[in-house]
Design a protein around this ligand. Sequence first.
Ligand code: ADP
Ligand code: MG
Length: 564
Amino acid sequence: MIAGIDLGTTHSLVGLMESGFPVLIADSEGRRLTPSAVWFPKGGEPVVGWAALEQKATQPALVVTSIKRLIGRRPGEVSEASTGSAIEAGADGSLRVVVGGQALRPEEISALILSKLKSDLEKSCGVPVDRAVITVPAYFNDAQRAATKRAGELAGFTVERILSEPTAAALAYGLDRLGERSKVAVYDLGGGTFDISVLELNCGVFEVLSTNGDTALGGDDLDTALAKFWNIFLIDAEKIKRALTDSESFEWDGRTFLRSELEAICLPLIERTRRHCLRSLSDAHLETSALDAVVLVGGATRMPVVRKFVAEIFGREPDVSQHPDEAVALGATIQAGILEGGLQNLTLLDVTPLSLGIETFGGLMNVIIPRNTTIPCKAGEMFTNAVANQSAMSITVLQGEREMARDNWPLGRMDVTFPQAPKGQARVGVQFELDANGILHVLARDTSTGLDTLIDIQSAVEVSDEAVEKMLGDSLEHAFEDMDERIFTEAKLKADEMLPAVDTALNALGDEVPGEVRAAIFALVEKIRSALQTRSTSDLKNLLRELDAVTEPLAAALIEKTLG
Ligand code: ADP
Ligand code: MG
């Protein structure tokens, strides 16, 4: 049996297929949601769930919440404010959470939550369950997915699949309700993250057409804004927020809180989800009218203001038949059922949130797997040496949408050696394989020896998740400059190659080149040098074209001469 687990920022849930149906596990008090909170009592064993959350108010330093905001991150990428926990860099530079006199890795804390879910599950079904499907936000990068997988393993699970949350939600929604080629948008506003995905059901297979989001936006941020505005504690702000979901006003601590006031405070934050929705639709090449359903997921989507907002953006009423807190866990459980072999006709396809590639000559980004490619996938390209007698090549793996390598994020670097070869003669094949868990395996092969070099990319993206968001914005904002720089760089590389070659040809041919041709070539070369100086891209391209035409007879003469 395989467990389906929604490892949430604020709440986690676990389910199992029973007699062909996905069933979520409740605790002894009938609650299916387990707070993703861990309490480290002095001198005792860690406690997970409601009992831990209860200690938060009185012993905040001993209770860790929102650990999902830290998993797979590096110390410089996150602030203590994002979780309220003390963090430091361990001896190996990795992030540690300091709690109860210990310095723990985020995945060790997530593992405690998963262990609790595992034991609740085993208690409920009476047999050991040691395989699991675990969900993550669509925006999680390699490092965050890999760390989540390690958390599962630390808890004693074999992690069969890391699944994107919106994909899981669509799966829970769509099994029995969608017709062939239906398109669904999943809007997930949880405690700590926002995800929007557009999926298509095609021949019984869900395909993610696009995904977008903000991993630093959720119900927690609404609480922070409300607490600040009303000058009250966070915990109270959350309580009042929930109450105002069901009624227009709420009396508390001698004060009256109004839904209209809450909506005015929250709307600017909710408004931030708009451009992600629009981007996701345009990435999927869809108009809102082409959607068959808009599904709401995540506790914060219970708020009337969020529902109104989603209806406005998508021009239709969102579907509210799903239990927003349970859809993801239900989908994970259904995926577990598929992997068990019980539900054979459905497999899931996911997509890459950002492009993956390597740095090439001139500092350009060479995309190998474009953004929004369905995974698992494999792609490769052949590269050669830029310099004669080179015997090694350094390959930098990049993630991002910008044209220049320096504007993207380095994921890893590998050195490939090969026998010395003249310029352009070495052949190194680079292959990217993105597995079903979204983890990247990079292989470089020297085709002359067949020797392979592999790298482990799991060492993290050196940037924060907020930056993923920024990357997409920047790539739009700088689209024209970026493109111009790419075209200039490509032209410059061509000039770097042509100028010495023309020189060589003129020397070799000597007097055979008529004086006026020689003068025309020199004049062009001068102009090219100055276009390189002034970085005038279109001049440079035109001049290179002219030089090409003028020197063509030279090249022919040179070949003739060589052949004798
Ligand atoms: P996650 O997937 O990040 O763990 P959930 O889907 O459990 O998050 O959503 C948690 C968020 O939903 C919290 O910010 C919580 O305050 C909010 N939430 C839950 N129920 C309600 C409600 N009735 N009204 C408003 N917000 C709610
Ligand atoms: Mg969630």
